[in-house]
Design a protein around this ligand. Sequence first.
Ligand SMILES: [Zn+2]
Length: 454
Amino acid sequence: MAAKKLVLIVVDGMTPAGFERALAGHRAPALSFLAEHGTYQRATSVFPSLTPVCLSSIATGSGPDVHHIPHLVWWHRGERRIVEYGSSFAAVRAAGVAQSLTDTIYNLNQQHLSPDAVTMYEALEDTGLVAAAVNITCYRGRTRHNPTLPWVTKPAFGPKRFFFYSLFESDATGAPLAVRNRPAGSIDAYASAVGRWLVTRDGFDFLAYYLSDFDYASHTHGPLGADDVALVRTDAAIQALLDAAGGPDAFLERYAVILHSDHGQTTVEHAAQLELPLARFIDDIVVTASNRAGQVYLLPDARFEAADLARSLDGEAAVDTTLRREGSEGVARREGEELRFRPNETGWEWSGDASILDHPDAFHRSWSALANPNAGELLVSAAEGWELMDIGGRHHSGGGSHGSLIEGDSIVPLLTVGVDAAPTRITEVAPAVLAHFGVEVPAPMRIAAPAHAA
Ligand SMILES: [Zn+2]
């Protein structure tokens, strides 16, 4: 018997606690129905736990070492410029609005995402299956799609069924414009209209259904506040798929489901500018920070080393841990103490204080981030309660954020229904999807640093 079709639902920024509250509070009938019929567990995100990195990891089944997307904002060494995928409107203005839109809409997929990585859409469609993607920002596929709106000029290459914020639509679905009113949930309203259309027609074998409004609300109102503002809407966007199939039972007769989030969120009370403690290096470095992670790039001929930068961040309240490479080793530094680590054939070897990397799956995630050729020479994971201001000077103090190695940013809820797999990392979702369809998992999805055995 052929495998059931599969729907992957990614709820941006929903924490395990938020997911569990939703079930306990009886405020999310669609989530509750799926949970009753599935297996729930927690899984780890990647580092930095920021959406462009996470969605690229989900779509390619690999970490930043393989897909090469390093952060929400980064320094492009080859082009000597900042790439900003949309930390805030102010950050987008600072990076240049047209450039930032081009980077987010096109370049992430066509240029920045490593050609050696394989997306799940590519792997599935190469075997003749039909993949669909709604709003997910890592969408690379083999089908050319001309833009829907007149001010967008270039084509994009996505899966056969491709819907991207009203900018690209492989089919006319009658969905309302996506970007009418973000705080009121117009993005997910667009997604659910498209999702309803796709399920009604059973128009795919695999659907990646990405809901982003929960994260948006959580940034503004904090992880707890998002329950009141966005949970009901998020659930309604999932219910729309169930209804389109003729009801929840009919939906599960036709589809297997994997539902998870890309990263967590934690409460933010303070914001810091990462440039300030690094001021004496400023002619030799580029700082790219956003949310709860930062990167520092050494310019060519810099008179300093990453270790000097790391030392100068000792005692900074906003900084939890820094990471850097030294030869074949990774070095984690916290409050003046260091831990050196590297993978070997059986796991990890390290020297120094292993408690410096006591975060979830930390050796693996740190190594993967450091092994990304687009990463800075120094990576900064923010301390609990702190955010690092973006290049527009914006932050979410008083609300919520994510990006660091700490548990609250890093652990996600993960639910499988009718899937014979139990992914423990978001990078294990794509291989699970391919295995569900009996599609061979390509080599780049199998390159993974060993698990954190410490
Ligand atoms: Zn976010």
